[in-house]
Write a protein that binds this ligand. Structure first.
Ligand SMILES: Cc1cc2nc3c(=O)[nH]c(=O)nc-3n(C[C@H](O)[C@H](O)[C@H](O)COP(=O)(O)OP(=O)(O)OC[C@H]3O[C@@H](n4cnc5c(N)ncnc54)[C@H](O)[C@@H]3O)c2cc1C
Length: 573
C-alpha cells in the first residue's frame, strides 16, 4: 500500500519482526495513533528460508501471543515448542542415547512457540494493514532527519534512483535491523567483547527427527511422555566451544544452525555449507549423516561473523528509539533476541503513548534507557561472554542452564508477564531483590568459568535431567501464568532470590570438589555473594559468614536442585 498522509505520529523504519509487532502493539494500546512503516522488501516474505529468530521463549511467546494478539495465528499456523533441550557430549557423539539430556518429558504448562519467520511476518503485515497502519513495502529508507517538533523520513520506491518522497513524524523508531540507520547516523555504536559466529540453513520437505537416532533404545524413548515430542524442542547439541540448534518450522522445514566460538572453531570451518557439513562430520556425526541424506532438501545457507553488538543509547526523550537488532543483540543461546524486542517495544510503546497524551517523558525515557541497557550489559558481560569454553563440560553447562533458567523465570520474566515493566512503583519495590540477584550473578557466572578451568572429568553418560522435577525451577515457570496478586508477586522476588542463593552455595560445594583440597566443611556457613574457587581469597572475601548457609541449609532453601546436578543424578539414575 501507499502512504495515505505525509504527517504521522510515528514512523517505523523497517517492517520486520520488531517493527511490525511494535506497530500492532501501538494500535492496540492507542488506536488513534497514526503509524507509518517503511519496509524495503517489496512483496511477501518466503516461508522457511527467510530469517533466523524462530524459537521463542516465555517472554516473547507471551508478548507475541497476548500483547500483539497473535495467539490465534500462532496456535493454528505455527508450532508449539517443547521447551529447550540440551544434549551434552558423550565420546565421539555418535550415539545420542549416551549423551546427557537436559529438558522436560512433555510440553511445558506455559506455552512457547517455534515461528516460521516468513509466515509470521506475512501475517503480521496483513494485520498491520487491517489495523489501519500505513505499511509501505518496497520503500527503502534513505534519509532521516531528527529535528525539533517533527522528524522527517525520506523513502525511495521502485529501486535505486526511484521515486523519493518524504513524510514527517513526531516519533521515529528504527526497526531496520542490521542496517543500523539511527545508530550509524548518531554515532552510537558500541563494540562488545563477546565474539561468536554462526552459520545456518533450512532443510525442507519434512522435519529432521533426531529422536529417530535413538529409537532403537526403549529406555531412552520411554523418558518422554510419548514419542515425537523431542523434535518440537529447540534442541541444542553442545560441545566444547559450540552448540548446534535444531528448530522445527510449521512449513515442514527444519532450521539448523551452528553457533561457534572462534577460539575453538574458526569461522572458515563453518562458513560454507560444504565446510559446515565437514565440521558436522567431526563434531556432530549423527546430524552430519542426516544432512547427507537430505542434501537435496537444503533450502538456503546463511552466516554471520561476530553477531553481538551494543549501543550507547536506545531510547531518547527527543522522541527517537531503536528496537530489535537495530539496537543491541547478545547471542542466540536461550533465544533471547525476541525477548529484547518485546521489552524494547514495551518501553517504546509506553513512551509514545505518554508523549502523545501530552506528558513530559524526559525522566521516563532516561530511566527506561538506563534500565534496558543495564540489563543488556549485565546479561552480555556475565551470562554470555567467555562461557563457550565449557559447553562440552556437561556438569558445568547443565548447572549453568538450570541456574540461568531460574533467574529467567523467577526474576526477569514476571515483570513482562504481569505487565510491570513500565510500572515505576513496582520497579522500585523489587529493586533491592533485582540487585541482589544481579550481584549474585557476577559470582555464580565466574564460578562456572573457574569450575571448568579447574579440570574436567569425563562427562557422565546416559542420564536425563528432567526440568519439571526441580520445583524451585518449575514452579517459577508455572507462576508466570498463576495470576498472582501484587503483594504475592512482590514477595516472590525475595523467595526466588533466596532459592538462587541456596543454589549458589550448592554449586560452590560441587565446583570446589575440583580443587586440590576440595570444598570446605559443609557445616560452615557460606556467604553466597562471596563464593569463588580461589581459596587464597576466601577469608578476605568474607566467604565464611555466620549469616550464610551451611550446605544442608542451602539444600533446604533450593529444595530439589539435586535432580539437576549431574553427579547426584548419576548416582540415583
Ligand atoms: C544466528 C542467530 C540466531 C538467532 N536465533 C534466534 C532465536 O532462535 N530466537 C530469537 O528470538 N531470536 C533469535 N535471533 C535474533 C533474531 O534473529 C532477531 O532478534 C530478529 O530477527 C530481529 O528482528 P528485527 O525486526 O529487529 O530485524 P529484521 O527481522 O532484520 O527486520 C528488519 C527489517 O528492516 C528492513 N530494512 C532494513 N533496512 C531498511 C531500509 N533502509 N529501509 C527500509 N527497510 C529496511 C529489512 O528488510 C527487514 O525486514 C537470532 C539471531 C542470530 C544472529
Amino acid at each position: 500500500m501507499e502512504a495515505t498522509s505525509n504527517r504521522y505520529d510515528v514512523a517505523i523504519l523497517g517492517g520486520g519482526l520488531a517493527g511490525l509487532t511494535l506497530a500492532l502493539q501501538l494500535k492496540r494500546q492507542r488506536p488513534e495513533t497514526s503509524i507509518f512503516v517503511a519496509e524495503k522488501r517489496p512483496g511477501p516474505a518466503p516461508e522457511a528460508a527467510f530469517k533466523v529468530g524462530e524459537s521463542t521463549v516465555e517472554i516473547s511467546a507471551d508478548y507475541f501471543a497476548r500483547v500483539c494478539d497473535m495467539k490465534d495465528h500462532i496456535e493454528q499456523d505455527e508450532l508449539f515448542k517443547a521447551g529447550l533441550r540440551f544434549f551434552f557430549p558423550a565420546g565421539d557423539n555418535s550415539d545420542i542415547t549416551q549423551r546427557v539430556e537436559w529438558g522436560d518429558s512433555a510440553f511445558a504448562p506455559v506455552p512457547t512457540y517455534q515461528l516460521d519467520r516468513g509466515r509470521f511476518e506475512n501475517e503480521l503485515a496483513r494485520r498491520n494493514v487491517e489495523a489501519g497502519i500505513d505499511l509501505v513495502q518496497g520503500a527503502f529508507v534513505d534519509e532521516v532527519e531528527l529535528d525539533g517538533d517533527q522528524h522527517s523520513v525520506t523513502i525511495v520506491q521502485g529501486g535505486p534512483g526511484g521515486d523519493r518522497s518524504t513524510i514527517t513524524a513526531r516519533w521515529v523508531v528504527d526497526a531496520a535491523g542490521r542496517s543500523f540507520i539511527l545508530r550509524n547516523k548518531l554515532g552510537l555504536a558500541k563494540d562488545v567483547e563477546h565474539d561468536i559466529n554462526s552459520a545456518w540453513w533450512r532443510v525442507g520437505n519434512g522435519l529432521v527427527d533426531h529422536e529417530e537416532w535413538g529409537a532403537h533404545d526403549e529406555t531412552w524413548m520411554a523418558r518422554m511422555e510419548r514419542p515425537g515430542i523431542r523434535r518440537y524442542s529447540t534442541t541444542h547439541l553442545a560441545g566444547e566451544g559450540y552448540w548446534v540448534w535444531l528448530i522445527p518450522l510449521a512449513s515442514n522445514s527444519h532450521s539448523i544452525g551452528i553457533v561457534a566460538d572462534p577460539r575453538f572453531h574458526p569461522f572458515e570451518r563453518i562458513s560454507t555449507f560444504e565446510a559446515a557439513l565437514d565440521w558436522l562430520h567431526e563434531f556432530e556425526p549423527q546430524l552430519a549423516k542426516a544432512m547427507e541424506e537430505r542434501k537435496d532438501d537444503i533450502q538456503d545457507f546463511l552466516k554471520i561473523e561476530k553477531f553481538s553488538h551494543g549501543c550507547e543509547r536506545v531510547f531518547s526523550p527527543q522522541r527517537w528509539a531503536m528496537v530489535g537488532e537495530a539496537g543491541v543483540f547478545i547471542d542466540p543461546l536461550y533465544s533471547p533476541g525476541s525477548d529484547y524486542i518485546a521489552m524494547a517495544n514495551t518501553y517504546v510503546g509506553d513512551l509514545i503513548k505518554r508523549d502523545l497524551g501530552g506528558e513530559d517523558i524526559t525522566a521516563r525515557a532516561e530511566g527506561y534507557n538506563r534500565g534496558f541497557l543495564f540489563l543488556f550489559d549485565l546479561a552480555l558481560t556475565h551470562v554470555w561472554t567467555n562461557h563457550y569454553q565449557y559447553f562440552g563440560d556437561a556438569e558445568v553447562f547443565a548447572a549453568k542452564v538450570t541456574y540461568d533458567y531460574v533467574v529467567y523465570w523467577g526474576v526477569n520474566a514476571p515483570r513482562m508477564y504481569y505487565d510491570k515493566l513500565t510500572d515505576l512503583e513496582f520497579t522500585q519495590a523489587t529493586l533491592a531483590q533485582v540487585q541482589r540477584s544481579a550481584q549474585l550473578a557476577v559470582r555464580v557466572q565466574q564460578l562456572f568459568r573457574d569450575w571448568h578451568a579447574a579440570g574436567q572429568p569425563p562427562n557422565p553418560t546416559g542420564i536425563h535431567a528432567v526440568t519439571s522435577k526441580f520445583p524451585g525451577m518449575w514452579d517459577r515457570l508455572k507462576e508466570l501464568k498463576a495470576g498472582l496478586d501484587d503483594e504475592t508477586l512482590l514477595s516472590r522476588y525475595t523467595t526466588n532470590v533466596d532459592i538462587l542463593e541456596g543454589m549458589a552455595v550448592m554449586l560452590f560445594h560441587k565446583a570446589a570438589k575440583r580443587l586440590p583440597d576440595g570444598p570446605p566443611d559443609p557445616e560452615r556457613k557460606i556467604n553466597p555473594h562471596a563464593i569463588s574457587l580461589h581459596p587464597e581469597r576466601w577469608e578476605a572475601d568474607g566467604l565464611f559468614d555466620d549469616n550464610g548457609l551451611t550446605l544442608a541449609e542451602a539444600r533446604q532453601q533450593s529444595q530439589g536442585f539435586e535432580v539437576m546436578l549431574l553427579d547426584e543424578l548419576a548416582v540415583t539414575a
